[in-house]
Design a protein around this ligand. Structure first.
Ligand code: AVJ
Length: 321
């Protein structure tokens, strides 16, 4: 039994590794080099992101958590009693506990995440803290197309998508996800989505280029990961982290800038980097209440509630169909 599990695990790892290799080779071969941001979150990347959430400059997590605390009753009223919470991209589950603790008679919790270690840990902890809750984790990339098997009636399903992760999706991806959430949660379904709001550009850029260099380490870790997992020979000291505001996209972008003319080899392919050439590694889109309303309309939803923290830094939206 044990060796069967191991070989399944190995096959899964190989599959994931191939997908990583495919994305990296394609991204570095393009005229404008880019790497998908979801590969930032290996074990070290996830630990570095946890550190980011505690930084003075990174206001997002604190602002969203304060809304979840201050509005716990309003959120419970919005969700209603006997609900099942479906979380898209469940991480450590800290915010989930805040929501669940306020709900009246919550029935179920369905966390969806590709990171199986996080998923198992979070599921176990939440199941033990909320003994009457039926916890059914789903190990998937929430951008894939899949079905959610629910028990009982379709009443009281609420999607939960906090953390401004929506901001990492482009318009097409965001609309595909919103449509999928509509299918999962049904006509009576509801959703609670947290997104970062547009504000002073310096404040935005500081959040993505902190003075302690944690975000720089988080970004550069992507090249370290390519070196270990794909046998690359990136010299990390020859690249620099930058955060940029893209006014057209209304997004903070993270890039890695090549500090000199250089070549890097991985998977038997060589890539050339000009001095000052950048590799785009992440976009974090920032919304206004109006631009977020337009986005969700296009995905088949309507904004029923718009909650903000006291400094209007972050938005938590209650959506209905
Ligand atoms: C977890 C994706 C929402 O975009 O703000 C933090 C990731 N990147 N610092 C964000 C991140 C750089 C974060 N998300």
């Amino acid at each position: 039994m044990h060796h069967v599990n191991n070989s399944i695990e190995r096959a899964e790892n190989e599959l994931a590794e191939n997908e990583f290799a495919r994305d990296v080779l394609a991204g570095l071969s393009a005229d404008v080099k880019t790497l998908p941001s979801r590969w930032l979150y290996d074990e070290r990347g996830s630990a570095l992101f946890e550190e980011i959430t505690k930084l003075e400059e990174y206001y997002l997590t604190r602002a969203e958590t304060s809304i979840l605390r201050d509005r716990q009753m309003d959120i419970a009223d919005f969700v209603g009693s006997g609900a099942t919470l479906v979380e898209y991209g469940a991480g450590a589950g800290v915010k989930t506990e805040l929501v669940l603790a306020g709900l009246r008679d919550p029935r179920g919790y369905v966390p969806i995440d590709i990171a199986d270690t996080f998923l198992a840990e979070t599921s176990k902890r939440i199941a033990s803290r909320f003994p009457s809750l039926c916890v059914r984790p789903i190990e998937r990339n929430f951008l894939d197309v899949f079905e959610v098997p629910f028990d009982g009636s379709g009443a009281g399903r609420t999607g939960f998508f906090p953390g401004s992760t929506m901001g990492n999706l482009n318009t097409t991806e965001a609309q595909t996800l919103l449509t999928q959430m509509g299918r999962h949660l049904g006509d009576k379904g509801r959703a609670i989505i947290g997104v970062d709001l547009q504000k002073n550009v310096d404040k935005l850029l500081n959040a993505y280029d902190d003075s302690a260099g944690v975000t720089a380490a988080f970004n550069l870790n992507l090249f370290a990961r390519i070196n270990t997992e794909l046998g690359g020979d990136f010299r990390l000291e020859q690249f620099k982290h930058v955060a940029r505001w893209n006014e057209t996209e209304k997004a903070v972008e993270m890039h890695l800038v090549s500090l000199c003319d250089q070549r890097v080899t991985l998977c038997e392919q060589t890539f050339h980097f000009r001095a000052s050439e950048t590799i785009h590694t992440e976009s974090s889109r920032k919304y206004t209440v109006e631009s977020f309303k337009r986005l969700v309309h296009a995905g088949g939803w309507r904004v029923a509630e718009a909650w903000q923290d006291g400094d209007a830094l972050f938005g938590l939206f209650g959506l209905v169909r």
